[in-house]
Design a protein around this ligand. Structure first.
Ligand SMILES: *[C@@H]1O[C@H](CO)[C@@H](O)[C@H](O)[C@H]1NC(C)=O
Ligand SMILES: *[C@@H]1O[C@H](CO)[C@@H](O)[C@H](O)[C@H]1NC(C)=O
Length: 106
């Protein structure tokens, strides 16, 4: 009898920045401090909290993609993940790759 292996891919849709789609804040001042830097910070905080809630996925390979202005958000979030892993001297998020280059030159 052969063992069967199942590989489940988890896809998280995160709308950025705050105020877009299903992403919101109950703190009105959050809407005055949007911008690429805070968007990366918010997305990073979301991911860290998500992994705390679902630690079984902590070691999974992680990829980021996005469309439109995510051509900015994707590499900025990747860089934030890279810096935090480096500063902690450990892999907090197991980033393996990114894609989504629209809007990179705008
Ligand atoms: C924000 O406010 C709404 C409406 O009062 C509430 O349902 C929701 O739980 C609040 N969200 C957070 C994160 O506090
Ligand atoms: C990470 O390693 C560097 C170099 O060894 C060290 O200076 C730093 O304190 C370490 N940071 C943490 C959070 O352990």
């Amino acid at each position: 009898m052969m063992a069967k292996h199942f590989f489940v891919t988890i896809i998280i849709f995160l709308e950025s920045p705050v105020g877009v789609g299903f992403s919101y804040s109950n703190t009105s001042s959050d809407y005055q401090h949007t911008g690429d830097k805070n968007t990366a910070k918010d997305a990073y905080a979301f991911l860290v909290n998500w992994l705390e809630r679902f630690p079984q996925y902590e070691t999974r390979d992680f990829y980021i993609t996005g469309e439109s202005y995510a051509g900015h958000y994707v590499p900025q979030l990747a860089y934030t993940i890279f810096l935090n892993n480096k500063n902690a001297n450990q892999t907090l998020i197991n980033l393996k790759g990114i894609a989504g280059w629209e809007w990179l030159d705008r």
